[in-house]
Design a protein around this ligand. Structure first.
Ligand SMILES: [Zn+2]
Length: 350
């Protein structure tokens, strides 16, 4: 980063068109801002939605919402952080003090917002201005050469999202669980369900290398079949009943239909896959079975302090979902590799 002039960051111009360009170096604009030099960022499954469908635009849009880095500068109203601190940012910024934040719903913060919104930096660059830095950032107790950085980065989104999915479904020692989807979020949902004590975890996915990692994360059974055949298989494994909790980590209508097919009567379907559908088929049949539908966007900020100790102690290693590392110049190829399913999740080391 050349101080005060330009830095390099990722912009998306349309489907399949991601570029790394010079942009204005971030500076403090508000006394509540901090500037963070990015050490690690990554590409999210949700970044692939615009990568697949965004109409072409003349002006690029900043992208990326998961990052950790080193505090470079802080505004006069940012307490508790100084230059040199290693920090992680959750995938939305928030004051962490309003009524929603105090209820653990920082994604609904009255003053917060999203990375990459107009006037706000994205995470896939050399640095970022962090609005409401005191509420948004969480300090990490290690140096910038720590081998734990990839796992700590997952607190920003993917592991916190898997955890949220399991929490909303009420997963605990006495629940049986089905996880739908073997992407990074699905695998993190397996890890989270295991961490919360679930002993039976059925992972539905058909990419063997991914479901193998899912087994290492705690899946006890893998079902590769999809649709009605997959539902049948899960029911066979569970004495015909299905599981108490179903963690839907895909976002397609077919996955929701599968979820409703494999959930046990009285059970809960929790969804964190960004929905690519508008209707949920919950008819009289699901009503009669007392199925609960829950889930939604994960307030990662609410979980970071709770999940961090197990990452620091090596109890969980969610960073194992990263199977490709690129530098900033490699970001466009990282998008291509993830969209082509050649990579599970791409780590960016600017
Ligand atoms: Zn708030």
């Amino acid at each position: 980063m050349i101080e005060g002039i330009f830095m390099r960051a990722t912009l998306i111009y349309g489907a399949g068109d991601v570029r790394v360009e010079d942009v204005a170096d971030p500076v403090l604009r508000e006394p509540t801002d901090a500037v963070v030099r990015v050490l690690r960022s990554c590409i999210c499954g949700s970044d692939l939605w615009p990568y697949r469908s965004m109409p072409p635009a003349d002006e690029g849009q900043r992208i990326g919402h998961e990052f950790l880095g080193v505090v470079d500068d802080t505004g006069s109203e940012v307490a508790g952080f100084t230059a040199g601190d290693l920090v992680v940012a959750p995938f939305v910024w928030a004051d962490n003090t309003c009524d929603f934040c105090r209820e653990g719903l920082q994604t609904s913060c009255r003053h917060g917002g999203q990375w990459g919104a107009p006037g706000v930096d994205g995470g896939q660059g050399e640095a970022a201005r962090v609005p409401l830095a005191q509420g948004t950032l969480v300090k990490l107790p290690m140096g910038e050469d720590s081998a734990l950085l990839p796992s700590l980065l997952t607190l920003s989104d993917v592991f916190s999202t898997g955890h949220h999915c399991a929490v909303k479904a009420g997963v605990g020692p006495r629940t049986t669980v089905t996880v739908i989807g073997d992407g990074a979020v699905g695998l993190c949902a397996v890890l989270a369900a295991r961490r919360l004590g679930a002993e039976r975890i059925v992972l539905m996915g058909h990419h063997k290398d991914r479901t193998d990692l899912g087994r290492e994360f705690g899946a006890t059974d893998v079902v590769a079949e999809r649709g009605a055949e997959g539902v049948e298989k899960v029911r066979e494994l569970t004495g015909g009943d299905g599981t108490h909790a179903v963690l839907e980590c895909v976002g397609y209508r077919e996955a929701v239909e599968t979820a409703l097919g494999v959930v046990r009567d009285g059970g809960t379907v929790s969804r964190v896959g960004a929905p690519q559908y508008t209707d949920v088929p919950m008819d009289f049949g699901t009503f009669f079975r007392n199925i609960t539908l829950t889930g939604g966007v994960a307030p990662a900020r609410a979980y970071i302090e709770e999940l961090m100790p197990d990452v620091l102690d090596g109890v969980v290693e969610p960073g194992r979902v990263f199977d490709l590392t690129v530098d900033l110049d490699g970001v466009p190829d990282g998008y291509r590799a993830m969209a082509a399913r050649e990579a599970l999740k791409v780590l960016i080391q600017p």
